[in-house]
Design a protein around this ligand. Structure first.
Ligand code: COA
Length: 719
């Protein structure tokens, strides 16, 4: 067997020295023609080798009958021949030490032909080639420049890089970015992601000096864990804007059938990608492009979070204030300082409070002075400038000011515009947009840009919060494995209560003291000598999983008589429920008073997309209805666990309402981290759920009351 060749740096994909087009055609309606035409038009300086068995000439270039006739090594081969011939085509590429294959051809895993796709990737990897696609529109890289796509011929160069799973949407984004005045450093289509995926590409783009902002369009993730790991490092260096389709159930189904990959559950995606590792998640392509444009023109990070609104209308100012709350933009509140800054530039009947209202009478001159005052003040860090059409207001004059000033002086601080009005305003807006000014007709659009930028700012400023390597909890993994081995030997996938309790103890998670008694005498002994009334009895049988349904639980037993009656009753009920049940005994446990505690739910499971994850939420019996839960990927830091707790709507309950004591949030953090450790280290476990975990008053601790642990089935172990 030949020795496997090493892969080349992605630099050769973005800056190839030579490119072959397999399936180059003289027929101008074919993709093989368009790609060659685009490469030439982009001013590519490397060697271009069109390949077609007919030979001849194409757009002034010699056409080679076979790639083997080319006297050169190939950095990038673009494949545009029908699916049935692709394997043969890439076999010929291997002869020329090809480094990257950009397979435009459709007809692979997206229509169920996974085996054929895998065959191509295996062959490519054996010969040191990496695969982009298949089912893509190609790659544009400004660095070279090279436009090896069959999309638009001319692509404006700039500092935004787009990585897209959808080809059609990607091509449309090229046109849209052009009309929006957004220049691209690269646009890459990843299609079926048979080999290279978005994580590989952003790892390269974060190092690319030309790229200031990265935009990802994702339909489904194949390797969520890999993306999380990469984003964790990338988002603290460059903003990564993410559009993820398939939020709704129907959307997820459409995404799955479209790309041949499964879209992960959206709430897990949102929590992990957006809240845990700092992706800037946009709701629509338009929103993503708005943010990209705004962030790309910023010169340096703001010095702080004090934003100010300058407006000529009260109504639009209030709308913008609402938008600031929605997008987490904090408005500067020091009235005295605001008065000092804006008094000299605001009419006496205006307002220097934030929003600063320069009134409907304001001309462009007023705007210029107010914006300049905000820029000159060290107390103000960002500006939202709003304009409503009025009889007095000359839109074209203001446009000139914005154009002259914004593009030169203003960008020292983040400054976003929203102008709302009729034809004059719309025309001016369109012109300014085209010149690269972040200006929008809707205030929410404008404010959302600043919100996204501040999220990126926080990613940068609080970067150390993402650091793994904090003091990790220590758990007795060997003891947990002993329990699991016993369960496996018994051919079970679920743990019995005493087994789950042993796991909790080995993980250092506090549980109420409990004992399994084999007869009534022993039960009375534990109730009176060890635990003390009131107690709870639960039937222990591997044949009865849902103990309550079988009448196998008795609560709040206050004395010996109640204990004896309950003991007999739960045995009778259990046998009635399942006459052939093998009953090991009864579990006796202290009756815990839940009154002073908040019931939380803490879980850990292996997610299909993100691998090991943890969950925290409001627990008890309403968890299914309220769904007040948050998720994070494992591993996670202490501060990520604590942010997860703060995220749930019921968080105020943990802080203490109506004079109650705050609850032991640190205790909850500790349980989350310990469950994370179990699910990370015990590859046999698929699900752990503790409901409830009682959170008592601060420093009074937490107690895991009911724990359910499931093991992976043999089939899911082979992942
Ligand atoms: N090496 C070089 N050239 C070859 C070849 C080979 N092994 N086999 C065939 N060719 C030539 C053909 O002769 C033809 O040239 P011609 O026009 O001179 O006859 C050219 O390559 C293209 O082959 P053809 O059979 O005409 O295919 P096509 O152009 O109709 O379609 C694809 C090819 C790849 C475009 C098509 O199969 C496809 O997948 N289309 C969908 C692409 C897509 O949408 N991708 C996703 C975008 S987001």
């Amino acid at each position: 067997m030949t020795e496997k060749k090493a892969f080349s740096s992605l630099e050769y994909l973005f800056k190839p020295r030579s490119v072959a087009i397999i399936g180059a055609s003289n027929n101008s309606s074919k993709i093989g023609f368009k790609v060659v035409d685009n490469i030439i038009a982009s001013g590519y300086k490397g060697n271009i080798y069109p390949i077609n068995p007919k030979g001849g000439e194409l757009l002034g270039l010699k056409v080679f009958k076979s790639i083997e006739d080319v006297d050169d090594n190939i950095d990038l081969a673009t494949i545009c021949i029908p699916a049935d011939y692709v394997l043969e085509g890439i076999q010929s590429c291997a002869v020329k030490n090809t480094k990257f294959l950009s397979i435009i051809t459709s007809g692979f895993s997206e229509i169920g032909k996974l085996k054929e796709e895998e065959e191509i990737v295996n062959y490519a990897h054996q010969h040191g080639m990496r695969v982009l696609g298949p089912n893509i529109f190609g790659i544009f890289s400004a660095k070279c420049p090279i436009n090896a796509t069959f999309g638009n011929k001319y692509i404006e160069q700039g500092s935004v890089a787009i990585v897209t799973q959808s080809g059609a949407l990607g091509i449309a984004m090229i046109g849209k970015t052009d009309t929006e005045g957004i220049g691209l450093s690269a646009i890459v289509s990843v299609g079926n992601k048979s080999d290279l995926d978005e994580a590989d590409l952003i790892e390269y783009l974060v190092e690319d000096e030309e790229t200031k902002v990265i935009v990802l369009y994702i339909e489904g993730l194949k390797e969520g864990e890999k993306l999380v790991k990469v984003l964790r490092n990338v988002t603290r260096r460059k903003p990564v804007i993410i559009i993820k389709s398939g939020r709704s159930k129907r959307g997820a189904m459409a995404a799955a059938s479209h790309t041949g990959s499964l879209a992960g559950a959206d709430n897990v995606f949102e929590d992990v990608i957006s809240r845990q590792v700092g992706g800037l998640r946009a709701l629509s392509v338009q929103e993503a492009l708005n943010w990209a444009k705004f962030i790309a023109v910023q010169k340096e990070l703001p010095k702080g979070e004090n934003a100010v609104i300058v407006t000529n209308g009260g109504g639009i100012g209030v709308l913008a204030t609402d938008a600031c709350e929605s997008y987490n933009v904090s408005l500067y509140d020091n009235r005295e300082v605001l008065k000092t800054i804006f008094d000299p530039v605001t009419p006496s009947f205006g307002s220097t409070k934030n929003p600063v209202d320069i009134t409907g009478q304001a001309s462009s001159d007023f705007y210029e002075k107010a914006i300049q005052a905000a820029i000159d003040s060290p107390d103000i860090h960002s500006i939202i400038c709003l304009g409503c059409e009025t009889g007095i207001f000359n839109a074209s004059e203001l446009n000139t000011v914005v154009q002259n000033k914004y593009l030169n002086i203003f960008p020292k601080k983040p400054l976003v515009f929203s102008f709302f009005g009729g034809a004059d305003f719309e025309t001016g807006l369109f012109t300014l947009k085209g010149k690269g000014v972040p200006i929008y007709s809707d205030v929410y659009e404008a404010v959302s840009c600043l919100g996204a930028y501040y999220k990126h700012y926080r990613n940068m400023i609080y970067a150390e919060d993402h650091d793994i390597g904090h003091k990790e909890p220590i758990i007795d993994i060997e003891e947990i494995q002993v329990v699991i081995d016993e369960v496996r030997k018994d051919n079970r996938h679920f743990l019995l209560v005493p087994e789950a309790m042993r796991v909790m103890e080995a993980a250092g998670i506090p549980i109420p003291k409990s004992f399994v008694c084999k007869d009534l005498k022993e039960t009375i002994y534990y109730a009176e000598e060890i635990i003390g009334y009131p107690v709870v009895l639960k039937i222990v049988s591997k044949d009865i999983i849902h103990k309550s349904d079988a009448g196998g639980v008795a609560l709040n037993l206050e004395n010996r008589n109640e204990l004896i009656d309950a003991y007999e009753a739960i045995f009778n009920s259990a046998y009635k429920f399942k006459p052939d049940a093998k009953i090991t005994g009864v579990e006796i446990v202290k009756m815990i008073k839940k009154k002073d505690a908040v019931e939380t739910i803490i879980g850990a499971r292996v997610d299909n997309t993100f691998g090991p994850t943890v969950m925290f939420g409001l627990g008890g019996i309403y968890v299914e209805v309220l769904k007040d839960v948050a998720f994070r990927a494992v591993p996670l830091t202490r501060s990520e666990a604590s942010n997860m707790i703060k995220q749930i709507r019921s968080y105020p309950l943990l802080l203490g309402v109506r004079g109650e004591d705050p609850k032991d949030i640190d205790g909850c953090v500790e349980v989350i981290l310990r469950l994370a450790k179990i699910i990370q280290l015990c590859s046999d476990i698929s699900d752990i759920e503790i409901n409830p975990v009682l959170a008592f008053a601060q420093n009074k601790g937490v107690l895991a009351i009911d724990t359910r642990i499931l093991l992976k089935s043999q089939s899911s172990e082979v992942k």
